[in-house]
Every structure is written in structure tokens, then in C-alpha cells.
Unconditional design. Structure first.
Length: 469
């Protein structure tokens, strides 16, 4: 009876953790306007779900369509109500579901005595709690983008690898190949991550064990599934392009700011790096602790690789996903349950406070809901008032295609031709100009400016000017 009660209590605790993690990720789901970072991704998914024509839009306003955008389009069509100015909710719910599935899938990594990761039964609970509060995972669980899908694919690959360690077979090998193929199709820079995983696998698992348990047909099947799925996705046009070349940080100061930002944002407030130190000391080179050895080698390789790509590139996903997993694994190595509880609660409290502060700073530049609703109403009013006299329906006075994409979102169904750049009166049916530049417009054009303000990213205020009849 004691064992059953303990398992029941753990199930309730895990359900509460997933519920809290899901709740903190719902903050941005119903926002009517996208942020500049998520607007190109939303437009890419909308082009598949709503059959929106993007041929007349400037480069950079629409992200390249990948399997993530196709899946998001399918999910949005299933959820319904994805069209119209407030249709971003259906797309964000897909990302929210993937983020929640990441939390729910952590116990599938299992215990070490069964070929899994964690040392004790409460290890997955602590890892899920830390993942529910990690700032990078929370932020990307709120915003529409491929990060949450990549994190879930990474976790699925780890789960498949764990299943293969316990039950070597063709099914687990095929799943590993499929997860890698989807990751590469969404972001080709994942190939650089695979280049870091290969030596980590050799060191973590050990050459002797690899030679002892090598299954040529299993490896061949994983490669065949991966290459075949990549070829099929490329044939369907769902390919992310070619990998970027690594580049050095542009200035000497970035060599300090870059690692510090990655440590506090991607690595769960620095706790991931602390867990790496503990796992490296505890795991060492002991053959029975292969998961700890694997993580202790993968983590620094991904951290160093992230320094050569903007905001970590594809290496940001394994860093953000491994940090709570490593922290849960490190905590599960503590033999005393009471000590584990005290350390875990202290780490969770610190992470909750740090994430609250970090997210508050990140949200500081995002317009509030009333401001976003006013921007959407103004753009829709301009679309209804402007006659169709020009070849270009919408022009946004900005050189940043992301801001142009954010302004385009409510008008995506009607704006077949869009331009962005300096304001030129009369060359578009709707001109979205910055408030400071309205004085430079001809008086007759300035008088046609609608009263509502359009506030986009970083507090930049625009006004909508309709063309004359």
C-alpha cells in the first residue's frame, strides 16, 4: 500500500507541475497582434492554412515554410477560427501543445536501472519542475516559433535513444532517424549540432560498449529513415535551406556578453552550468553512468558551438532542453530524500524568481493587449476605408521586414502586394508611417491619417494613411 500511495502522490505532483508549467505558458496565446519576432513565422504558417498569397510580399516578411509551419497550419485548421485579425491564437495553441508535451514527456526518460537517465523515482519530477520554470522554455512556449517543436523533437530523440538502450530494436532506431530528419528539415543548422553529438556519443557511451552492442542494420535503418524523410520533405518544399557558416562574435565585448547571456537565459539562470559541474564530477569516467557522461560532454560542446551563431542558433535548443534535465539528474544523485527536497525547493524557488524577473524584462518592449487591439482595429479600418487604386495595397515605413510583417498580419488576406521602406505618398493604398514622419507628408495626405496609433515592437508608433480617391 505504501508503494501505491507513493506512486499516486508522484502522479499528482507531476500533474500539478505540468498544469503550472502550462499555465505560465498561456500568457501570450490570445494576443491579437504578433511580436516582430513571431510575425514572419505566423505568416508562413498562415500561408499554408489560409492559402494566403505571399508572392508580392518583401523578402524577410515570411519565413521559409518548414515541417513545423505545415504542422502548425494543420493544427490551426483543426482548432478552427484561425482566420481574421485574432487568428494567431489557433497557431500559438499548437506551440503551447508542443511545449506541454515536452513537460509531459520527461518521465519517459526513465530510471537508470531500466536503461534510463535518472537515479531515483523523483528525478523526473524535479526535471519537469525545472523545465516548467526555465525562462527560455517558458518564453518560447508562449511565442509562435519552431523552438518548442525543436525542443520536443530533441526530447523525443532522447526518449528513443533511452528505449534503444533498454530494448535495442528497429523501431527505436527508426524513431531516432525520424527525429533527426525533422530537426534538420526545420533548421539545417541542426547538422552542426549532430557534428557535436557524434564525438559526445563516442565518449559518453564508450567505444568498447559501442563495439560490443553495435547493430549495423539498426544504424543503417536510422540513416535510411533520416535521409529518406529529408528527401521527401525537400521534395514537398518543406526544407529549411542550407546551414549557416559559423562566425566569430563581432566585437571583443560579445565574448563576455554572449556566454553570460547563454548561461543565464538558455541554461536556466546558470543552474544548468552548475548541474554540469556536478555531473562531470559525479559521473567521471565510470562506465555505469553513461547518461551523466554523455550529458557532461554534450553540454559544453553545445555551449561552445552556440557562441558562433546569433543567439545560439540551433545549439540554443539542446542547451535549453538539457539544463533542466541535467539539473534533475544531478539532484537525483543525492542519496537522502530530505536533502533532495530541500535542494530541489531552493533551486525551484530561485528559478521561479529569476524567470519572473527575466520574462518581465523581456515583455517590457511588447505592447499591452489594449494597445495591440487598437493597432489591429486601426489597420482593419484603414483596409476598409482605402480604395483599391494602386498596385501596392500596403506600404510600411520601415527597413525592418519583421515590423512590416507585424503590421501586415491583420491584413494578410487582402494585401496581395506589400512594400516596406521610406514613405512615399500615393504609391500604396495604405501607408503605415511613423508618427514623427507625418509632418513630412503633403498636407492632403497627412489629413487622411486615421486617428488610432499602431504600436509595433520596441514601442515604435505608426499611423495609417489611406490614399485619396
Amino acid at each position: 500500500m505504501g508503494t501505491k500511495c507513493r506512486w499516486f502522490a508522484q502522479a499528482l505532483a507531476f500533474a500539478a507541475i505540468v498544469a503550472v508549467g502550462a499555465w505560465v505558458r498561456l500568457a501570450h496565446v490570445g494576443a491579437p497582434m504578433p511580436t516582430p519576432d513571431e510575425a514572419p513565422e505566423l505568416l508562413a504558417a498562415a500561408s499554408r492554412a489560409e492559402a494566403v498569397g505571399t508572392a508580392g510580399w518583401p523578402a524577410g516578411t515570411v519565413a521559409r515554410v518548414t515541417p513545423f509551419h505545415e504542422a502548425a497550419a494543420v493544427g490551426a485548421r483543426f482548432l478552427g477560427r484561425h482566420e481574421g485579425p485574432g487568428g494567431a491564437r489557433s497557431y500559438r495553441l499548437v506551440v503551447f501543445a508542443l511545449s506541454a508535451l515536452f513537460l509531459a514527456g520527461i518521465p519517459a526518460l526513465g530510471l537508470r536501472r531500466r536503461g534510463g537517465v535518472f537515479e531515483t523515482a523523483d528525478g523526473p519530477l524535479w526535471a519537469a519542475a525545472f523545465a516548467a520554470l526555465a525562462p527560455a522554455l517558458v518564453w518560447h512556449g508562449q511565442m509562435f516559433g519552431p523552438f518548442a517543436a525543436q525542443a520536443f523533437a530533441f526530447l523525443a530523440m532522447l526518449v528513443a535513444a533511452r528505449a534503444y538502450a533498454q530494448w535495442p530494436g528497429y523501431c527505436a532506431a527508426a524513431v531516432v532517424g525520424a527525429c533527426l530528419a525533422v530537426g534538420v528539415a526545420v533548421d539545417p543548422n541542426v547538422l552542426w549540432v549532430l557534428a557535436a553529438l557524434a564525438p559526445a556519443l563516442l565518449v559518453g557511451v564508450g567505444w568498447t560498449r559501442l563495439c560490443l552492442y553495435w547493430r549495423t542494420l539498426h544504424v543503417a535503418l536510422a540513416l535510411a529513415v533520416g535521409v529518406g524523410l529529408c528527401a521527401a520533405l525537400a521534395r514537398l518544399g518543406l526544407w529549411g535551406g542550407v546551414p549557416d557558416l559559423p562566425r566569430l562574435p563581432p566585437s571583443a565585448a560579445d565574448w563576455v556578453r554572449g556566454p553570460a547571456w547563454r548561461a543565464v537565459w538558455l541554461c536556466a539562470g546558470g543552474l544548468g552550468a552548475l548541474a554540469w559541474v556536478g555531473l562531470t564530477v559525479w559521473g567521471g569516467w565510470r562506465p555505469a553512468r553513461r547518461w551523466a557522461r554523455l550529458f557532461s560532454v554534450v553540454f559544453p560542446l553545445c555551449f561552445v558551438g552556440s557562441l558562433f551563431f546569433e543567439e545560439g542558433g540551433a545549439f540554443a535548443v539542446p542547451l535549453a532542453a538539457l539544463s533542466p534535465l541535467m539539473l534533475g539528474l544531478a539532484l537525483s544523485t543525492v542519496p537522502s530524500p530530505w536533502v533532495r527536497g530541500v535542494l530541489g525547493m531552493a533551486a525551484a524557488a530561485f528559478l521561479a524568481g529569476w524567470t519572473s524577473w527575466a520574462l518581465a524584462a523581456a515583455w517590457r518592449g511588447v505592447p499591452t493587449r489594449p494597445v495591440q487591439r487598437e493597432a489591429a482595429r486601426t489597420l482593419l479600418a484603414a483596409d476598409a476605408a482605402a480604395p483599391r487604386l494602386r498596385g501596392t495595397r500596403l506600404r510600411v515605413e520601415t527597413e525592418d521586414p519583421r515590423l512590416c510583417a507585424a503590421a501586415l498580419w491583420p491584413l494578410r488576406a487582402s494585401a496581395r502586394r506589400v512594400a516596406c521602406g521610406e514613405a512615399v505618398a500615393g504609391e500604396a493604398d495604405i501607408l503605415v508611417a511613423e508618427e514623427a514622419s507625418l509632418a513630412e507628408l503633403p498636407p492632403q495626405a497627412a489629413r487622411r491619417a486615421l486617428p488610432g496609433a499602431i504600436v509595433l515592437g520596441e514601442g515604435r508608433r505608426f499611423r495609417a494613411v489611406v490614399s485619396g480617391k
